[in-house]
Write a protein that binds this ligand. Structure first.
Ligand code: ARG
Length: 584
């Protein structure tokens, strides 16, 4: 279906042409003075230059030709604007077509495009912390937005499951339990099925080992050696690594599951390792990588660089490969497996230099095709009320699990006080509200911005919050439940007053907002839109006697309108990654 403004633009373009001007000047936009008119066309201003006429004369010529049933009022305004109001019938017709379609007439504009989305990025055996929260929340919403636009999206969690952190754990387990078969080189297998640790033990082991390695040189050397031997494929260490992975992945699945974030593939840095050797050989053979102080590097600076661009280090003098090496090899793998049109990374913006280097290296080496887009969607920090990165009350790193539990607890108390939700539904309702608070609190900010996590504000039922949107939906559901007719069969009617008209106009803007949110990978655009839409819906609700309206046709029109509003709101919050309860 055509976007509403495109439909209006086409009519105005025809009027420009009928008056003897180029139709391209007929572009219509939403009015920036909604108190004066609903839409405007400013095309007479640039047209004046081309036709050497006054803009007012051109606007007048066009207005005289604009006899379209789409418009109820066409006015010219100095210095040459066309102020437009659409007819109430045209508005109702358009919404009726939207309501009849399960995509509300929104075209899948990016049909067939393949996008690999790299988000989440948790580090195995380290607890998930709030820094990973943003990647998960933003990435999940971007994934849903791109899918709605028709893309084939492969969401990859890209775990940090390789390198020194693994060697540290292996070395520490070895010190604690030297008798385990994983450390016996003569052991011929099979290794035990059961892991020698639980997730909580593992989460204690890693920080302990990491701290020890900083003060104990001998231990640090053992950890390095364990890393090296793991990478060389020592069977016992591989088996132990698989145990670490199994325990961690089960825990990650639980945590991301609670966040309603899900990945299509659970690859990690380890999956890229087989590609590293051949990639480095190839880069050397083609003269793209050079030696520098024993290390292997690739120059990625350009002459026109304003800032210094250090070379991309691919291998250190001791043979160890680095973060950039792994990311390049991952691109080799992604190109081979998915042939993507775009690889999109949702990662902390402090990693932007790393990605700039990797992208340049990948292009220079032809690891991705020239037409493949490599995009870095860098996000800012979630801060506490003191403006510093969010911490626990004790000043430690806040674990994601704890944070979710705290938010859920907080809203549980609220709904228990409100006494609107049956006891059996309280758990599920609290979970839905908590997710809305957490996700909307994050997504309503532009991704690159830092923001302050404020539990009171995020979980308020009024204001620009997730729970407010849920509340709006719940309120509509309750009216629909009390309607004596069949809501699905109710027919939209032209608006009877301003509040109803504003709500209808807001609904016509869905497609525009979705396409901007998708193009800019900006869930915040969708947030701003539904906040406005919910505001219109609540104003309409307060000013209109919906269920007690006596005229059944008009009553059905109201019902059809709020039902469409509910469906649009539910679509949008779904794209943001949360959903509404029945009551709250
Ligand atoms: N594991 C990394 C971290 O915690 C994030 C990974 C981001 N993705 C990537 N392809 N490098 O910082």
């Amino acid at each position: 279906m055509e976007k509403f403004v495109d439909l209006l633009s086409a009519a105005v373009a025809r009027a420009f042409e009928a008056a003897g001007y180029d139709g391209a000047y007929g572009r219509v936009t939403a009015s920036n003075r909604p108190d004066l008119c609903q839409f405007q066309c400013n095309g007479a201003l640039p047209a004046a230059k081309q036709y050497h006429k006054s803009p007012m004369a051109i606007a007048g010529d066009v207005a005289a030709q604009l006899q379209d049933s789409l418009f109820a009022r066409v006015q010219t305004a100095a210095p040459g604007f066309l102020n437009l109001d659409v007819s109430d019938e045209a508005l109702a017709r358009y919404l009726e077509a939207m309501a009849a379609d399960d995509r509300f007439g929104v075209e899948p504009a990016a049909m067939g495009r393949t996008v690999v989305l790299d988000y989440g990025g948790p580090n195995v055996a380290k607890p998930l912390h709030v820094g990973h929260l943003r990647s998960a929340i933003i990435g999940e919403s971007v994934k849903r937005l791109l899918r709605f636009a028709g893309c084939r999206v492969i969401g990859d969690i890209h775990m940090g499951d390789w390198g020194l952190q693994m060697g540290l754990i292996i070395a520490e387990v070895r010190e604690r339990r030297p008798e385990l078969p994983y450390f016996d080189e003569a052991f011929a297998g099979p290794y035990p099925e059961e892991a020698p640790f639980t997730i909580s033990e593992l989460e204690e082991i890693y920080p302990a080992a990491s701290a020890k390695s900083k003060v104990d040189e001998a231990f640090a050397a053992k950890a390095h050696d364990a890393t090296f031997q793991l990478q060389q494929g020592r069977p016992g260490y591989r088996a132990l690594w698989r145990q670490i992975m199994a325990v961690s992945v089960a825990d990650l699945k639980k945590n991301y599951g609670r966040l309603e974030v899900d990945f299509d593939v659970w690859y990690g840095e380890s999956d890229a390792q087989p590609y590293i050797g051949p990639m480095l050989e190839d880069l050397k053979a083609r003269g793209l990588a050079r030696e520098s102080d024993g290390a292997l590097v690739m120059d990625v600076a350009r002459e026109d660089d304003a800032k210094e661009m250090p070379p991309c280090i691919l291998m250190k003098s001791d043979g160890a490969t680095l973060y950039a090496t792994t990311d390049l090899a991952t691109l080799v793998q992604r190109e081979r497996d998915f042939h993507p049109d775009e690889v999109l990374y949702v990662v902390d913006k402090r990693q932007s230099l790393h990605f700039e280097q990797v992208f340049r290296a990948a292009r220079k080496a032809g690891i991705v095709r020239p037409e493949t887009d490599l995009t870095f969607l860098g996000f800012g920090t979630m801060n506490g009320r003191d403006g510093k990165p969010f911490k626990t009350r004790e000043g430690g790193v806040m674990r994601l699990e704890t944070l979710i539990a705290e938010v859920t607890d907080f809203v549980s108390k609220k709904i228990a006080e409100n006494q609107t939700v049956a006891a059996g539904d309280q758990g599920d309702t609290a979970h839905k509200i908590a997710l809305a608070a957490l996700k909307y609190g994050d997504l309503s900010n532009a991704p690159t911005k830092d923001y302050i996590f404020d539990l009171d504000r995020f979980s308020a039922f009024e204001g620009n919050t997730g729970p407010y949107l849920l509340y709006t939906i719940v309120r509509i559901k309750s009216i629909l439940a009390r309607y004596d007719g069949d809501a699905a069969a109710a027919r939209l009617q032209p608006p009877a007053d301003g509040a109803q008209r504003d709500l209808m106009l807001a609904l016509t803007r869905l497609a525009d907002n979705l396409s901007v949110a998708c193009r800019d990978r900006a869930p915040n655009v969708l947030c701003a839109y539904i906040y406005e839409l919910a505001g219109c819906a609540n104003k309409f609700y307060h000013e209109t006697k919906i269920l007690s309206e006596e005229d059944p046709v008009r009553r059905a029109g109201y019902i059809a309108l709020i039902d469409l509003t509910r469906r649009v709101l539910e679509l949008c919050i779904g794209l943001l990654g949360f959903s509404a309860p029945e009551k709250m």
